[in-house]
Design a protein around this ligand. Structure first.
Ligand code: ADP
Ligand code: MG
Length: 126
C-alpha cells in the first residue's frame, strides 16, 4: 500500500485492522497492531516524505503472525537508539511513536541509512 497522504494513513489503519481480524487476532491485539501501524505510517508520511507498507501473513508451523514492513526513501534516521527514546522528536510530536510501537509488538526492527531512507519492520505473533 502507498502512504502519500493522511487519507492513506487512515486506509492503512482500516486495512491492517481487517487483516488482523482475518488472521484471528483478539480485539486487544488488533488494537495494539493498528496503533503501532498508525504511528509507523504517520512517520513514513511526516518524516520519510511518503513511502509504502507491505502486509504479510506469517506461519511458522506452530503459530500465525502478521508482519508489516514500512519503507521510505526519505532522509533516514542518523541515530536509531536516540530515535527510540521515549519523548525524542525532531518534529512536533510526542516522541512516543517508535518507542510505543516497539512495545506493542513482538519483533521490531529499524534499518536506516542517512540520505537513503528507512525501513521499519514489525511482527506480531498470535
Ligand atoms: N521514517 C522516518 N524517517 C526519518 N526519520 C524518522 C522516521 N521515523 C521516525 N523518525 C525520527 O524519529 C523520531 C521519533 O519518532 P517518533 O517516536 O514517532 O516520534 P514523533 O513522531 O512524535 O516525532 C522522529 O521525530 C524523527 O526524527
Ligand atoms: Mg511518530
Amino acid at each position: 500500500m502507498s502512504i502519500q497522504s493522511s487519507q492513506d494513513v487512515l486506509l492503512v489503519r482500516q486495512t491492517v485492522r481487517q487483516f488482523a481480524i482475518k488472521l484471528g487476532f483478539s480485539l486487544v491485539d488488533q488494537t495494539k497492531i493498528v496503533t503501532a501501524a498508525s504511528e509507523l505510517a504517520r512517520n513514513t508520511l511526516d518524516y520519510g516524505g511518503g513511502g509504502t507498507v507491505k502486509l504479510e501473513a506469517l506461519e511458522d508451523g506452530r503459530r500465525r503472525g502478521l508482519r508489516l514492513v514500512f519503507e521510505d526513501s526519505g532522509p533516514g534516521i542518523p541515530d536509531i537508539d536516540l530515535a527510540l527514546k521515549d519523548g525524542y522528536t525532531t518534529g512536533n510530536g510526542l516522541g512516543m511513536g517508535l518507542s510505543g510501537a516497539k512495545r506493542l509488538v513482538n519483533e521490531f526492527d529499524i534499518v536506516s541509512r542517512v540520505g537513503e531512507g528507512t525501513c521499519v519492520t514489525m511482527t506480531k505473533w498470535k
